[in-house]
Design a binder for this molecule. Structure first.
Ligand SMILES: Nc1nc2c(ncn2[C@@H]2O[C@H](COP(=O)(O)OP(=O)(O)OP(=O)(O)O)[C@@H](O)[C@H]2O)c(=O)[nH]1
Ligand SMILES: [Mg+2]
Length: 417
């Protein structure tokens, strides 16, 4: 059962709970009910009022839910009190994201990072695991009772574990830095895909390098960075392309820190492809969240192409007229924007050309102003490639030329054999 609490502060409140639902599904849960509560202030004991907690309990029983997930961050005591009150497991968004990360991490470094974040989360919640012990021994008010000793012991074990994981992480990082420096000597132009989770980064990565990276309709399908070489005809060179972990609003603090290494890779790229789910009603908030995190890791001033993906999901009337234009990312900062469908293979030729151009520009820095981009008329670009017969005669293709040839660069269509 999903619960959202509207405190009237706006920013991180999602009235639909859709993202939380997707997170829950990504963790293998099946949301059966949603409830929104409006409050002026947080209740210290239960986060929501006790009447609302009763209502949640009724719904839990009605739907036979085994877990309640809050979209807002609960304090350890609130979580414990809610569990007692409702009688089933209570999680918050942070706990949920940690679960997903723990299940998905694949690389050695990724696993260490997740373990660190979980230990840090656990350290603040120890009191919950041992409170039953205190009660059993009548430890209330008795300082130094067995319960408290157990907490101390546990905390010391966790602190020791945190220390050891940190040391191992530092070692892995040193190794990675050495590898990176040797890459730097080769002078490869580095391109990183960044963007909100589920925007389609991995799908685009696969389409561009013809690799098979795990892409799925789940949040945080990708946790580790994958890098491949990509050859660009227009620039006559190979560049490296990296797929990275997705961003999300209110990422648990421990994870932001823990994943700095992964994000830092993005920060060291020569060009960012900022992928946006153009069909999402909240794409603007997602772009802003990604920009915020990029600022945090010092990557906000890197050259950027805004890649609006999932064009195929946008209604025909609402579609842009061309595959590219310019977009004011922040006041005074205009970047090229390209419209594509990674899944349908639309707009990829223009995107490749834009990446090639950016790599050429990097070698020959020009004066300020956003780079020019080549574009194709959207109705031309949207034609599925396989509708053009491979054996088409030149005059067949000529018929499809747009009336105003100056208006349109015409290259996304597959060439006739
Ligand atoms: N209709 C449509 N679906 C797309 C497109 N691109 C990606 N998708 C779908 O969107 C979902 C998410 O795609 P991914 O490539 O896994 O997204 P991601 O940005 O790598 O996500 P994380 O790794 O979770 O951060 C998948 O179900 C894709 O099939 C597109 O152009 N059109
Ligand atoms: Mg991915």
């Amino acid at each position: 059962m999903l619960v959202g609490v509207d405190l009237g502060t706006g920013s991180s409140f999602d009235p639909t709970l859709d993202e939380l639902a997707l997170l829950a599904e990504s963790a293998g849960d099946e949301p059966v009910a949603r409830l929104i509560s409006r409050r002026k202030a947080i209740d210290a004991a239960l986060y929501v009022g006790s009447g609302k907690a009763d209502e949640i309990k009724e719904l839990v029983v009605l739907h036979q839910a085994h877990c309640v997930i809050f979209d807002q961050a609960l304090g350890p005591a609130q979580q414990r009190n809610l569990e007692r009150h409702i009688g089933v497991e209570v999680l918050d968004r942070t706990g949920l994201i940690l679960e997903i990360f723990a299940a998905r991490a694949r690389s050695h470094e990724g696993k260490l990072q997740v373990e660190l974040a979980r230990l840090q989360y656990l350290a603040t919640r120890l009191v919950r695991r041992w409170s039953h012990l205190e009660r059993q021994r009548g430890g209330f008010g008795l300082r130094g009772g067995p319960g408290e000793t157990q907490i101390e012991l546990d905390r010391r074990m966790i602190d020791a574990r945190i220390k050891s994981v940190k040391e191992r992480l530092a070692k892995v990082k040193r190794q990675r830095n050495t590898q990176r420096r040797s890459r730097e000597r080769h002078g490869t132009f580095r391109v990183s895909l960044v963007g909100y989770t589920n925007a389609g980064k991995s799908t685009l990565f696969n389409a561009l390098v013809k690799a098979r990276t795990y892409a799925a309709d789940q949040l945080f399908a990708t946790l580790d960075t994958t890098t491949r070489q990509m050859y660009l005809e227009a620039a006559q060179r190979s560049v490296s392309l990296s797929d990275t972990v997705g961003f999300i609003r209110d990422l648990p603090h421990g994870l932001v820190e823990a994943f700095q290494a992964t994000l830092q890779e993005a920060a060291e790229a020569d060009l960012l492809l900022h992928v946006v789910d153009g069909a999402s009603p909240t794409w603007l908030e997602q772009v802003q969240e990604v920009q915020r995190v990029l600022r945090e890791i010092g990557a906000d001033d890197l050259p950027q192409l805004l890649v609006f993906n999932k064009l195929d999901l946008i209604d025909e009337e609402a579609r842009p007229r061309h595959t590219a234009d310019h977009y004011e990312l922040e006041p005074g900062r205009v970047v090229p924007r390209l419209f594509i469908s990674a899944a349908a293979g639309v707009g990829l030729a223009d995107l490749r050309a834009a990446i090639a151009q950016a790599s050429i520009d990097a070698d020959n820095p020009r004066d300020a102003g956003p780079a020019d981009v080549r574009f194709t008329r959207i109705d031309e670009a949207m034609e599925p490639p396989d509708e053009v017969p491979l054996e088409a005669a030149p005059e067949d293709l000529a018929e499809r030329e747009p009336e105003d040839a100056n208006d349109v660069e015409h290259r996304s269509r597959p060439r006739a054999a």
